[in-house]
Design a protein around this ligand. Structure first.
Ligand code: NAP
Length: 484
């Protein structure tokens, strides 16, 4: 296993357009280590012209890639899965360095992220159409699925590998080419992945990576270029809305995986110990910087104190905060100073409104952007932390009396990505799961992500699904051929 400095020296830092290429004008921007604030390295800073070069490359090979037998496409994807898995430690350390998360979290992400290549390697050969006789007897109907065409993927920093592979896997499996614009905070993982895809036999131009510090200016020309056919975005609701507007010009197909504000609902009849275990995962996975992170805990008053006490004990005894690459760390730093300030502000606002701090609640100070695991109780309904995405290791807990009140509180949000519910009553579990306004529900589970399941939201959490058999549909268009 390479040392940190050897690893950083081996990772590509140029753009990836049919191989490594410098940005026009030779500009670069820094990538920071959130555990220290220091510059890890610099990467190429793409210009709008570079983005168009990537689209030129994608458009040039689109027809050949679409015509490549699906078995062959699938086998390349499977080779990528094998190679990521073989180099899992490199990917994990790289993500920890640029994003901050603890190494065990990065290892989990490598397993999860790689799995999208294996899953879609298997789905590539299962794109089916239909053949039927028109009920009117007037002819035959053939339904044929074709790749949408060149796609642009814009991804966030919180899962530098998996947020890309969830898009690249199905796009390539469907026969689409793709340009990825990773978050400027975490460009290195995606550049390493592009190099590895090339080594695995992916033809030049099928996958390009453009890194930039000027996202809007660089991706803008692509969204209005008639050769681009799809935009797939994961990130904040605010940016997602802007991109939908920009995509209207070319009537692009769009998939939007946006922000979340997940409720975690615990009923009196729940197994409280299991709920605490689930809460630890739902809150602290990825240091709370996950769109699926439980943002607010609604606990029925009969078990409110027991749940709160056990949750605080579990956090106090098992969370070890520190640089993500250090042995024993379970909670790394937040991504940057802005994020640290946002989390601190939301906690301070809740406390000023009357919330009690049961655990944590104060940033330890630099270097690095650390915030401790925190539990707030007696959080008043108007506290911002109940309505805004906290994206940090902070758990606000509020009580409720009746099932109706619990469900209403859970649904009282503009978002609708995921919800969690803990109860031993199967009827209640199904009733609540059906009543929750979210694209996904975890019943007696604190982690729900699975490459074989359709991931996605409703309301302000967006539309489109990633993973499952639905994931590849996002990259296919349907053609109807009428026969006599
Ligand atoms: P963000 O600020 O929306 O950025 C996401 C991506 O969009 C980054 O690559 C960013 O580039 C780019 N971007 C920003 N402004 C742009 C513009 N005007 N035009 C084109 N691209 C632009 O979100 P984030 O802070 O990175 O990520 C956190 C958010 O992602 C949270 O809200 C979280 O819930 C959401 N998320 C959702 C899911 C899901 O599946 N639903 C999964 C993970 C995260 P720069 O880095 O250069 O700004």
């Amino acid at each position: 296993m390479a040392s940190e400095s050897e690893l950083l020296q081996s990772v590509p830092t140029s753009l990836w357009i049919g191989g490594p290429v410098e940005a026009t004008g030779g500009g670069t921007f820094p990538v920071h280590n959130p555990a220290t604030g220091e510059v890890l390295t610099r990467v190429a800073d793409a210009t709008p012209e570079d983005a168009v070069r990537a689209l030129d490359a994608a458009a040039a090979v689109q027809a050949d890639w679409a015509a490549t037998p699906s078995r062959e496409r699938g086998e390349i994807l499977r080779t990528v899965f094998d190679r990521i898995t073989a180099r899992a430690e490199e990917f994990a350390l790289l993500m920890t360095l640029e994003m901050g998360k603890a190494l065990p979290e990065s290892r989990n992400e490598v397993r999860y992220g790689a799995e999208f290549f294996r899953w879609f390697a298997e789905e590539a050969v299962r794109v089916h159409g239909r053949y039927l006789h028109a009920p009117s007897g007037t002819g035959r109907i053939v339904v044929h699925k074709q790749p949408v065409g060149p796609c642009l993927a814009i991804t966030p920093w919180n899962f530098p590998l998996a947020m890309g592979t969830r898009k690249i896997g199905p796009a390539l499996a469907a026969g689409c080419t793709m340009i990825v614009k990773p978050a400027s905070e975490t460009p290195l993982t995606m550049l390493l992945l592009a190099q590895l895809c090339s080594e695995a036999g992916l033809p030049d131009g099928v996958l390009s990576v453009i890194t930039t510090s000027r996202s809007g200016a660089v991706t803008g020309p692509l969204l209005t270029d008639p050769r681009l056919r799809k935009l797939t975005f994961t990130g904040s609701t605010e940016v997602g809305k802007k991109l939908i507007e920009a995509s209207a010009h070319g009537l692009l197909r769009t998939s939007m995986e946006l922000g979340g504000n997940a409720p975690f609902v615990v009923f009196d009849d729940a197994d409280v110990d299991a709920a605490v275990q689930g809460a630890m995962l739902a809150k602290l996975r990825n240091g709370g910087e996950a769109c699926t992170a439980a943002n607010r805990f609604h606990v029925q008053n009969g078990v409110l104190e027991e749940f709160t006490t056990k949750f605080a004990e579990a956090m106090a005894s098992s969370v070890s905060i520190g640089p993500g690459a250090e042995a024993g760390t379970t909670l790394g730093p937040l991504i940057n100073e802005d994020q640290l300030n946002t989390v601190a502000e939301l906690v301070d606002d809740a406390v000023a409104a009357g919330a009690q701090v049961r655990l944590g609640g104060k940033a330890p100070g630099g270097p690095g952007w650390f915030y401790p695991a925190t539990i707030l109780t007696d959080v008043p309904p108007h506290a911002r932390i109940l309505t805004e995405e906290v994206f940090g290791p902070v758990a606000p807990i509020v009580g409720f009396d009746t099932e109706e009140q619990g469900l209403a509180a859970a649904n009282d949000t503009e978002y609708g990505l995921v919800s969690y519910v803990y109860t031993r009553d199967l009827d209640r579990a199904l009733r609540i799961a059906e009543g929750l306004e979210s694209g996904m529900v975890g019943v007696n589970r604190g982690v729900i992500s699975d490459p074989a399941a359709p991931f996605g939201g409703v309301k302000a959490s967006g539309f489109g699904r990633e993973g499952g058999i639905e994931g590849i549909e996002e990259y296919l268009s349907t053609k109807y051929i009428a026969l006599s």
